[in-house]
Design a protein around this ligand. Structure first.
Ligand code: JFZ
Length: 492
């Protein structure tokens, strides 16, 4: 029996560890590290506070992969469209990669209008953008001095990163530059640890190229608020703990306030995201990729964001969405509140096509989300974890003395019953339905339940509330002390 229990505990711990990338060591068990985390606890500066208040972000994956759009020589590839260069495999025609690496000669997004994108993002309610300046294929969307494989050498010619940064900045949306360390186009790039001297020299050249491009980005686009790193899992890069640590420090010194997530570098023992002492490397946890934490405890107080695709797993443009489940605005609202209720941000991905158009499905979703955030934005921007258990109706978020209940599951009897623990320092006073700005009746319910730790409050929803999407009840909180019930406890 004991053994069975131990097995179950171990299993539970193991699944939790893989799910949430939990730190591996306790505080008392520390190793001296040269290239580990730079800090204990969260950043407290103004820029990071701003990051914490975003709530909703937009991700854009755009590059030459938008031309094939998930299709190659008449075949559909269901793997992520931005990876199409690598889907060829051994059976592919030998010129597959070479053909791909020449696609830029056709890249001419005549419909691209950065202001249109930025306006749409603003209307959706996004407060930050993560934009792919260079994905794994190595194609640079800015006129980089360090490679010819860049936008200047396409028929389009103009600097796309600049247009995006300026347009979003003009809308008051903060821009973060996505940058892939993996670069399939650079001759010095290696995924495996270099073994020969020739390989090592090539890789040294690649490292300098990477550093040059990053400094170039921060020089050209000083309005950028942070760098969003990707493609950092290769064995060759994982070995570069000193180089990457020096580079991170250099980038931070070069661009004060810069925000970098946990997906940039590994410590000297190859540990990524969290160092060998279990401390997070970077300013926020960057491992929440198409997944959300089950509860706030797994986060242990860390900053985090979740990046989410609308189809199951397509970041770049894939012309065929027909065979996939496409997340609705409703699904995404649920995820957004899930994230904010646990102190995280949700970043929704868009994959424009080869001409620079955002597909109609994405535009519709953005518009629907925008309708929602316009009315209910208070529940997400600057809102945080409430300190209350998650309600079955949906999610609580909190800002100053306001508690927001976003209702995903509307109760059939039209009454929201809030269970507020007696230990909670505040209690509900007034309630307003944000859509329509309707004042709601709220009453205290003492059910006289023995040993129960909660006080109940009933909020009556309007009888004619025909909710077809999640709705928010804004609840004013006032201080509460000594809330015992009126009934004696039974002796047991
Ligand atoms: C990476 C890229 O390979 C992908 O194309 C896209 O850009 C995405 C945002 O990032 O894919 C990942 C990276 C990390 C995980 C999963 C997919 N992860 O940590 O689970």
């Amino acid at each position: 029996m004991k053994r069975l229990f131990l097995c179950m505990v171990l299993l539970a711990l193991a699944s939790r560890a893989t799910y949430a990338q939990q730190p591996t060591k306790s505080k008392t068990d520390t190793t001296a590290l040269k290239y580990g985390s730079h800090r204990s606890g969260n950043r407290t500066d103004e820029m990071m506070e701003r990051w914490r208040s975003y709530g909703l972000g937009q991700f854009i994956h755009w590059g030459v992969y938008a031309i094939p759009g998930g299709h190659w020589e008449g075949k559909t590839y269901n793997g992520a469209a931005e990876w199409i260069r690598s889907w060829g495999g051994a059976s592919a025609p030998t010129d597959w990669k070479n053909t791909y690496d020449n696609l830029y000669k056709q890249f001419n997004p005549v419909d691209f209008d950065a202001n249109k994108w930025a306006k749409q993002a603003k209307d959706m309610g996004a407060k930050y953008l993560i934009f792919t300046t260079k994905h794994h294929d190595g194609f640079s969307l800015w006129p980089s001095k360090y490679t010819d494989y860049n936008i200047k050498n396409t028929p389009y010619k103009k600097d796309i990163v600049k247009q995006v940064v300026d347009a979003y900045d003009a809308q008051g949306i903060d821009v973060y530059l996505y940058f892939s360390i993996i670069d399939w186009n650079h001759p010095g790039y290696r995924s495996a640890v270099p073994k020969t001297e020739k390989d090592s020299l090539a890789y040294e050249d690649f490292k300098q190229f990477t550093r040059n491009q990053l400094l170039e980005l921060l020089t050209n686009y000083p309005k950028a608020k942070g760098l969003w790193f990707d493609g950092t899992w290769d064995a060759a890069w994982v070995k570069q703990s000193k180089f990457a640590d020096d580079l991170e420090k250099e980038l931070r010194a070069f661009h004060p306030g810069l925000i970098i997530g946990s997906r940039f570098r590994a410590d000297e023992h190859g540990k990524r995201h969290f160092d060998s002492n279990g401390k997070m490397m970077g300013d926020y946890e960057q491992g929440w990729e198409r997944k959300l934490p089950a509860d706030i405890e797994v986060l242990n107080g860390r900053d985090w964001d979740c990046v989410m695709t609308i189809p199951p797993n397509q970041w770049g443009y894939n012309s065929d969405w027909k065979s996939s489940y496409i997340k609705t605005a409703h699904d995404l609202t649920d995820m957004l509140l899930h994230a904010v209720s646990m102190n995280g941000n949700l970043v929704i991905n868009f994959g424009p096509d080869g001409k620079g158009n955002i597909r109609p499905e994405e535009s519709n979703t953005a518009a629907k989300l925008g309708e929602w955030t316009k009315v209910n934005g208070e529940a997400i921007y600057g809102a945080k974890y409430s300190g209350l258990p998650k309600p079955d109706y949906g999610y609580y978020t909190k800002k100053a003395n306001k508690l927001f209940l976003t209702v995903i599951n509307k109760p059939v009897n039209g009454t929201l019953r809030l269970a507020i623990p007696r230990s909670y320092k505040q209690k509900p006073a007034n309630a307003v339905l944000l859509v329509g700005n309707i004042k709601l009746n709220i009453t205290t319910v003492d059910m006289g339940m023995s040993g129960d730790g909660d006080v109940y409050y009933d909020i009556q929803l309007p009888a004619n509330l025909n909710a077809t999407s999640p709705f928010v009840v804004s609840i004013e909180l006032i201080n509460a002390t000594g809330r015992g019930n009126n009934f004696g406890e039974a002796k047991t």
